[in-house]
Ligand binder design. Sequence first.
Ligand code: 5AD
Ligand code: SF4
Length: 506
Amino acid sequence: MNNYKNNRMFHFDEISKMAPAEEGDRQRYFIEQVRTIWKQKFEDLAASGEAKERYGEAVFARLMEEGRCGTFHIATFGCQMNARDSEKLAGILDQIGLLEVDSENADFVLYNTCTVRDNANQKVYGRLGYLHTLKRKRPDMIIALCGCMMQEPTVIEKIKKSYSFVDLIFGTHNIFKLAELLERKLTAGKGIVIDIWEGTEQIVEDLPVDRKYPFKSGVNIMFGCNNFCSYCIVPYVRGRERSRKPEDIIDEIKRLVADGVVEVMLLGQNVNSYGKNLETPITFAQLLRQINEIEGLERIRFMTSHPKDLSEELIAAMRDCKKVCSHLHLPLQSGSSRILKEMNRRYTKEDYLALVERIRAAVPDISLTTDIIVGFPGETEEDFEETMDMVRKVRYDSAFTFIYSKRTGTPAAAMEDQVPEDVVKVRFDKLLKEVQAISAEVCGRDVQTVQKVLVESLDDHKDGYVTGRMENNTTVHFPGDASLIGKIVNVYLEESKGFYYMGRPV
Ligand code: 5AD
Ligand code: SF4
């Protein structure tokens, strides 16, 4: 059945009519269709004797051994949401029969893009140039782009004009459709297949996922954002807030636990407003309490929390739920109440400080981390000093610091008074120095105590050692072997090295 070469224009429409209506079944149907096409391609290549040369001895041997029909590579940019989306995309490609490889010299290459700051976009354009050189040597290679950057119309125009060797483009709302879109591409021949949705109410459950770590996993609890912080492009590219049903989330976590997962990271742009739009509303705190009951699950993390929505109920749940890690990522963005207002953050410096106090009173050993933007339009030296003041007052375990990036279409992009680059750079360096100095002091506070450490990998730098993470996410190295990976071990922290500890198991 090598009709991928024939009747290209009609093939997809006909197949599409035959596909089941229910979305999960429909996509599983397309996975099978694409698998058949790709298998045929691979068999043709193997019969012509070219396969070994194309893949190299080692990869070819694996393809044959595992009964696979080609290779794929996914490069993920941006946040944990994208990382989780990439696991879902990898799950679909795995079911199609492709083997994941480290190199971009693969049959199918997918960039899962980010657009939160302009440098993320520039990285993608830069790497597309390199992909073009690979594709010249391997013309049947399929290049696909997805993720937040693709939700911007100007990006699509630019790709059509200057990067027309790209084969497939989709956005953030329809990643579950990867197999269907691939089918369309494989049967349509030349030209870019583009499928961008402006938004969706749809959440498709139960598609395959190929997890990066066997013992920990991200779990989406909601998608999108309704906050419209004035600098941020996320609400435009990820759409309005949609929560998954609690029973679907709990089922997924139970399945993950049965599959060896001990730690979950609940993911959403603003988890504190989870559940508001469900038919039967439920709060994030209630969800946490339910997840805390799941047998076999050891640790629960979540991100990101918006300070304006962080309720007393959630603080109480964090205090009561033993599995919820004592770590909170609480983006500050700026320490100046005036700038916070311009950012549309809907809290003041004082609100934030009071919130931190309440959280610390309830969970005294909590680690706080944050995001800070430097150089928002109109930021004066005084505003910046307010941010420095907050960093000194809160004393974060760590802080991600960003230079403000102008995103077309956001209200802040049209604001006058954009701060000159050289001024921003000086402020940024000053802030980073302060953040790092405080972080080095704060991070060492657990030295000479016993802590629970989830072992994640063998130590990259020291033979006979493993590397793991404490509940508050700090890294610990201690003697051990691969049998400990995925286990939680009691470790005595012998020495603090600033941002990590050296320890010994007890
Ligand atoms: N410029 C700089 N940083 C930004 N962030 C979001 N939008 C921008 C922007 N336009 C930062 C915020 C957010 C984090 C994920 O990225 O600090 O919390
Ligand atoms: Fe962007 Fe604000 Fe939504 Fe976070 S809460 S994704 S910063 S708009």
